[in-house]
Ligand binder design. Structure first.
Ligand code: SAH
Length: 348
């Protein structure tokens, strides 16, 4: 699929044409990754962040946010729940928190790998390559780091570099692949200033990078951030600006599946947030094969506020797992058993 065709799909509004896109994506999903929906238990281990990303509620300058960092014991309790509820993977995510020490994290990964059969995914932002190597050595299987947008200028507009210099998420992703991590990336859809063309480039980059996991979600404005307060002057002209809508997100999920047939693709919380009732299911019917139930203890969950009104922030784990299993079965799919790693052709 070429760029023009991708842009045309992104701009398509016809119901019949879109039904065809959903069907093609669903067929590709079934043929390449099957009917299993893999559960990744998400633990948001810290909301401390040194960065100033202009869209994210965790940004260092947001003084309204009460900060937390979970203890190893608290995290292990969540890991226990992941096992009990049948997750094959645990995903530990955080802001860019320099208080998460390399050795401490390595020890935790080692312990999880020793005491459970879970795959371990980390999503701790940009770190020195030595940290990635140490955690890989400790047994971490996967790493998630979204490049957020492939448009360099837009990227620089909404991210200030880490103190200490320029950062390059694409180079970091390459390094992670080199270390043998299953590597995931992704983008936000509908960032002010992001065009349809930019989103098509994001999709082509997913393919070119041969990602194992692709996570996309709508950009959701957060009122306590500079971008959340952005006026119309931040947006691309009418007809060019990519919308951060539910429909647009499904299109990107479906096209990701067609361009990267073997990738693991979650139906994300951001999608459930903007649709509530059945956003997750629709994602699963339009190319996605993964869901990430939240295992973060309820008192911390509302503090991991990357954007407002995150879905499921009050549900406790037994409830949300029951609800998820029912939802998966109701759409004729099965809940995955095992780790749910990348299958099929491996990167050379
Ligand atoms: N510190 C880690 C995890 C960041 S939070 C990292 O940098 O990788 C995970 C993802 O949430 C981000 O990659 C971003 O794509 C998304 N996110 C942050 N703020 C958002 C917002 N306002 N709307 C939608 N998604 C957002």
């Amino acid at each position: 699929m070429g760029k023009d065709e991708i842009v045309a799909w992104l701009q398509e509004d016809g119901e019949e044409a879109l039904a065809r896109l959903w069907r093609k994506a669903d067929d590709a999903r079934r043929a390449n990754v099957g009917d299993a929906v893999h559960l990744r238990g998400l633990i948001e281990i810290s909301n401390v962040c040194v960065r100033h990303c202009s869209y994210c509620g965790l940004r260092a300058a947001n003084s309204k946010l009460h900060r937390y960092r979970m203890s190893a014991a608290e995290i292990m309790a969540c890991v226990g729940q992941a096992v009990r509820f049948g997750c094959g993977t645990v995903v530990m995510q955080a802001g860019e928190d320099d208080g998460i020490l390399t050795e401490w994290m390595g020890g935790l990964v080692r312990r999880i790998k020793k005491e459970t059969d879970l795959a371990v995914t980390l999503s701790l932002g940009e770190r020195p390559v030595e940290d990635f190597a140490a955690w890989r050595e400790a047994g971490a299987d996967r790493y998630l780091l979204r490049f957020e947008t492939s448009n360099r200028l837009l990227y620089e507009k909404i991210h200030s570099p880490r103190s200490g210099g320029e950062t390059d998420r694409l180079a970091i992703l390459k390094a992670l692949q080199g270390l043998g991590y299953e590597t995931g990336s992704g983008a936000m859809i509908g960032i002010p200033g992001q065009t349809y063309d930019d989103v098509a480039n994001d999709l082509l980059l997913f393919r070119d990078m041969d990602l194992d996991m692709i996570g996309v979600g709508p950009y959701i404005p957060h009122p306590d951030t500079p971008l959340g307060k952005a006026g119309p002057e931040f947006y691309a002209p009418d007809g060019l600006q990519a919308p951060g809508s539910e429909a647009m997100t499904y299109k990107v999920v479906a096209l990701s599946r067609l361009l990267c047939p073997e990738a693991n693709i979650p139906s994300t919380t951001a999608l459930a947030t903007i649709h509530g009732a059945n956003g997750r299911e629709l994602g699963l019917l339009r190319g996605a094969n993964v869901v990430m139930p939240n295992l973060t203890p309820v008192p911390y969950r509302s503090l991991y506020e990357i954007y407002p009104n995150k879905a499921c922030i009050r549900e406790n784990p037994p409830q949300s797992f029951l609800c998820l299993r029912q939802r998966v079965r109701a759409i004729g799919r099965t809940v995955g058993t095992g780790k749910g790693g990348r299958t099929g052709r491996k990167r050379a």
